[in-house]
Design a protein around this ligand. Structure first.
Ligand code: ATP
Ligand code: MG
Length: 285
């Protein structure tokens, strides 16, 4: 479980140019939960992610992982890293090993896991991320942008931490790669039953896989609720220049002319709802 209590973070806290990036954030995440963090550029999403994995230390407030306070109650940063792993925005920029295999094996090796077990882990996570076995001998620098991203995400998955944080994992990928990668991340979560935190500007993605959504605006926590409840507040979100899932928008337009369930966020459910209404009116398919 993760518990965040009254968390505040100021960059350059002690200088005159101090920037308040997060103000009084509070939330609790049970095990096996997926949380999406949304908010416009500069709203504090990446700052929160770095606090959760102990890269930054709170200016005020506390973060607990299973009742242990992050940084304070952990022996060292390595111990935090093994419990909370993060892939940064554009993680491909951080690839540094000679081969894709070594890149993925880097975390487990640091954890002291045996080479034979590491091999199993590498072969397991490449399946999740759709990396072919032939690619394992390649140097990461020669991979395409999307392949590098997959390799970077496989390397954080390999750590099998209790909490996995992905900062905009699908940014810059084409449509098909985006949905493939999201499906793989979701499958991995279902298997590992970890806490997964995903920062995303893609509202469809967020609505589809998240149990909870945290909305940040200028470092302030605007909402923390289920996707349905968050996206119901479309007027608030649109004021922040945030999208809502397209299907919810369409359902709202229809609702202006005809009463319909506006909580629907996915095309398949929308189709069923619209057909139900048409059938009740005696309209043939
Ligand atoms: N190292 C830093 N030093 C000073 N200010 C910083 C630093 N990093 C971030 N900030 C400021 O903190 C605020 C929050 O930044 P953060 O990177 O957390 O936003 P974000 O929500 O992740 O944005 P984006 O969607 O663009 O990635 C911004 O005003 C940013 O300028
Ligand atoms: Mg960011």
């Amino acid at each position: 479980m993760i518990r965040v209590e009254d968390l505040c973070y100021n960059y350059n806290a002690k200088s005159k140019s101090s920037i308040s990036a997060l103000k009084n954030i509070n939330f609790t995440l049970k095990n096996s939960t997926i949380m999406g963090i949304i908010g416009k550029t500069g709203s504090g999403k990446s700052t929160l992610a770095q606090l959760l994995c102990g890269l930054l230390s709170p200016t005020h407030g506390k973060i607990f992982l299973n009742e242990k306070e992050i940084i304070k109650d952990f022996k060292n940063t390595k111990e935090i890293c093994f419990n909370v792993t993060m892939a940064f925005q554009y993680p491909e920029n951080q690839l540094f090993e000679k081969t894709v295999y070594d890149e993925i094996a880097f975390g487990p090796r640091n954890k002291g896991i045996s080479e034979s077990k590491i091999k199993d882990i590498v072969f397991e996570v490449i399946k999740f991320t759709n990396i072919s076995e032939n690619m394992l001998k390649c140097s990461p620098i020669f991979l395409s942008g999307g392949e590098k991203r997959k390799c970077a995400i496989a390397s954080v998955m390999a750590l099998k931490s209790k909490v996995l944080i992905l900062d905009e994992p699908t940014a810059g990928l084409d449509c098909k790669s985006k949905s493939q990668l999201m499906n793989s991340i979701f499958e991995y979560h279902r298997k590992e039953k970890n806490i997964l935190i995903i920062i995303s500007h893609n509202m469809e993605e967020t609505a589809r896989i998240c149990d909870k959504v945290l909305v940040l605006d200028e470092g302030i926590q605007l909402m923390f609720d289920s996707p349905v409840k968050v996206f119901k507040n479309y007027q608030k979100l649109e004021k922040l220049n945030l999208d809502v899932p397209q299907t919810s928008q369409i359902m709202r337009y229809i609702n202006n002319e005809y009463p319909i369930n506006t909580d629907i966020m996915f095309p398949k459910e929308a189709e069923e709802e619209i057909l139900k209404i048409l059938n009740s009116k005696g309209v043939e398919r």
